[in-house]
Design a protein around this ligand. Structure first.
Ligand SMILES: Cc1cc2nc3c(=O)[nH]c(=O)nc-3n(C[C@H](O)[C@H](O)[C@H](O)COP(=O)(O)OP(=O)(O)OC[C@H]3O[C@@H](n4cnc5c(N)ncnc54)[C@H](O)[C@@H]3O)c2cc1C
Length: 377
């Protein structure tokens, strides 16, 4: 899909943000185990928190293909930062589209300005891949619902307080009874857990929270039972595509750093890049990256065209994350010991690729989806 001049200009400005703001600070955010607020503020100022918000609600209303390219550029600087930013953007876009206008207007200005963070909460301590198996309950009460349960492994949960949350209204009914609610983390009954301590990627702000008799009004129901399950799975094609794009971004940046290193570092009297065995490693990575980029562009174009993208998105994510899991260690190896320094992206990106293989559908769930589409084709 051809991008507009405005979209191309925004991608250029995003590349400058990635280079000048995100990449130089990412190692510190990891050391301090925190979300990159300084970067999020700069991204909000560029408009990256409102990419898919309609223009009449203060957004940019850009194409999905543009969003995917922005995800690639930022993912190359820091996967976690990009996850955090995109999840807030997604909540702003969802509220603009699905919430009642009088409800949306209470949250949109803060989300767009980066003053509040957003998150989407499906996963629970006892249910990940099996979304229909969630046990957080929504029970009818006068004028609304009461929510009880727990959510875990949620991007931005360390701080986000504008939450799109899925809960079961009819235990035992699987997907049919699931509904989607807008939850405000500043209200009574929302209890945040400490951020999760992980092996890396703390800029994602991964964590969880509990709901204890949290009250949602009828106006704050985003998707009623019967619709929510389908809506949640409907937006997953986009998420799979931008995660694939971020995986490409991590490999592209690792490739750039390794290629530069190979011209400067010598062994046995020659630059590394003049050793055939060394440069083949980079050629392999560049070739697989080129193929995955085409798959991302194809899935993004289908989303923009309003075509069913489940096969293209699942295949793009499956292959791009596998490519990143294979090529990032290979490119780190090409750097020798130097690749371990925290100012280089290799160690952060290796964990980023691990995370990419789980979020928005693990590789096994993607294979299931691909197989299901093949059987109905
Ligand atoms: C950093 C991070 C951020 C996240 N952010 C969010 C978020 O913002 N919102 C949210 O809702 N969730 C989020 N998640 C959760 C993510 O979506 C889940 O990790 C994912 O759905 C997989 O669930 P699980 O980890 O519980 O694995 P499980 O479902 O417990 O599965 C464990 C393993 O078994 C495999 N498996 C499971 N069932 C089958 C089967 N039938 N056949 C074959 N293999 C199977 C899985 O593929 C996986 O490899 C995040 C996770 C991480 C790590």
């Amino acid at each position: 899909m051809t991008l507009t001049a405005d979209e191309l200009a925004l991608i250029d400005r995003t590349a400058a943000l990635a280079r000048e703001v995100v990449a130089p600070q990412a190692a510190r955010w990891e050391r301090e185990r925190r979300i990159g607020h300084e970067g999020l503020a700069a991204a909000a100022a560029l408009g990256l928190t409102r990419l898919q918000v309609p223009r009449d609600q203060g957004g940019l209303d850009l194409s999905f293909s543009c969003k995917a390219q922005i995800a690639e550029v930022l993912g190359g600087a820091d996967f976690g930062f990009t996850m955090s930013l995109i999840n807030t953007q997604n909540i702003a876009a969802k509220l603009a589209r699905d919430a009642r206008p009088e409800v949306a207007v209470r949250y949109l200005p803060d989300l767009i300005a980066g003053r509040r963070l957003g998150c989407t909460a499906l996963t629970e301590p006892g249910a990940g891949s099996d979304f229909a198996g969630i046990t957080t309950t929504a029970t009818r009460c006068p004028g609304g619902w009461r929510l009880n349960g727990a959510k875990a492994w949620i991007t931005n949960a360390a701080q986000a307080d504008v939450v799109v949350l899925y809960a079961q209204t009819e235990p035992g009914s699987k997907g049919r009874g699931i509904a989607g609610f807008l939850v405000d983390g500043r209200r009574e009954g929302f209890i945040r857990e400490p951020a999760f301590a992980l092996g890396g990627q703390h800029s994602i702000g991964t964590g969880g929270f509990r709901l204890q008799d949290y009250r949602v009004s009828d106006e704050e129901v985003l998707h009623p039972p019967g619709q929510a399950f389908k809506t949640a799975l409907g937006s997953i094609n986009g998420a799979r595509t931008y995660i694939a794009a971020m995986s490409c971004g991590m490999v592209a940046e690792a490739l750039r750093v390794a290629a530069d290193f190979g011209e400067r570092r010598s062994s046995f009297g020659r630059p590394l890049a003049e050793h055939q065995g060394w440069r083949w490693r980079l050629a392999e990575a560049a070739s697989e990256l080129a193929a995955c980029r085409l798959m991302v562009a194809h899935a993004a174009a289908q989303i923009d065209a309003g075509v069913d993208a489940q096969l293209a998105a699942a295949q793009a994510k499956l292959l791009a994350t596998r490519m990143a899991e294979r090529q990032l260690p290979a490119l780190a190896q090409a750097m020798g010991a130097e690749g371990l320094r925290e100012e280089h992206p290799f160690s952060r990106h290796l964990i980023g690729a691990r995370v990419a293989s789980f979020v928005d559908g693990s590789s096994e769930m993607l294979l299931e989806r691909i197989a299901a589409v093949m059987r109905t084709a």
